[in-house]
Design a protein around this ligand. Sequence first.
Ligand code: NGQ
Ligand code: ZN
Length: 411
Amino acid sequence: MSNPSLVSRDSRGWSLPGIANLHSHAFQRAMAGLAERQTDPNDSFWTWRETMYAMAGRFTPELLHAVASQLYAEMLEAGYTSVCEFHYLHHAPDGNACTPPSAMSDALIAAARDTGIRLTLLPVLYMTGGFDGRPLSERQRRFGHGVEAYLRLFEALRAKEGETLRIGCAFHSLRAVPPEAMRAVLAAVPADTRLHIHVAEQMAEVRECMEARGARPVQWLLDNTDLDPRWTLVHATHLDDAEVRGIARSGATVALCPTTEANLGDGLFPLRTYLAAGGRWGIGSDSHVSVSPVEELRWLEYGQRLVQQRRNVAASVAVPSVAATLLGDVHASAADSTGFNEVDTIVLDADHPLLAGAIAADVADRWVFAGNRPLVRDVEVAGVRVVEDGHHRDREAIASRYREAMKILLA
Ligand code: NGQ
Ligand code: ZN
């Protein structure tokens, strides 16, 4: 049995549910491939972050719209039909509010509307520069809010919700949000709000959290919040066995971002024990060094094969196909993480040589494991066909605005 319900044959090809992208920082697409040169002999996540802040400092609402539009069109062509945008680039570079204060958020909303992707916009609360409560550095200033100003933004954005737009709530990380502020926001937002947070991506965060709060980051969340299916924990790379079981028991989703986690040298998520515990998870393209659900899923499985020296790690007796298992899990967590219950459809090109002789039971594995040719033929979101024959309907116009934006960003 290989999840036959996920894949079906229609007149244009093999149809599957669209894929939810659970974690995105759209502006980072503009630096994909530009942080792969040594800046320090000990380059790390933390030196990459300085490069990233320099890029973040250049964005205006117009530039963000151009970059996000290109990114979202690429996502749709790759088979993502919704995206959770973890958005903290709120203010002008000097830290002063934009006019209106939601201008940067509005640029993302416009990009999603223009391209046709479903957007779960997650305005991010970002308050401190570390566990010790130090103030934001100069380069972080445009990310920051007090609780009241944050809740005003959240409410202003909620008023814009519609068929393809949901507003959720995000805490940047335990580093950036003091416990009282987190409690105040959790008490203020509606009970069904989706809640996302970066957690335990780097060992330095785990060590500092133990020192400052007396617990590992995920353990702290388990002890101090009501983790449940409304929560999405982004990365959760460094877990002990109790944390693995704790997340699985809570029903929260882990957003795994394998290409970014590899690119940043984060570490390897304990997938096998987490799946054995019944944990829920999805994927995100995060920093967008890759915009491909195929590559995320493939590397999730390959990372495990490389360290464990075995094959077909995610599969089980019940679902022997690796890709059907992965796609099934991704599909099962999507509504709780994004807030969208509707399922969109992507159609893979049945005439492509890579799918020659395919049957429903092997389509998913062929798509995920048989190469890098784009197989997505058509994509429909909320009943609108936004990709046809592999091309986003506005591909050329969006790409030319992106090229102009990149000239300014790289000047
Ligand atoms: C971010 N990105 O906020 O964009 C983070 C890096 C941080 C990832 N964690 C910055 N992949 O965590 O402080
Ligand atoms: Zn992130």
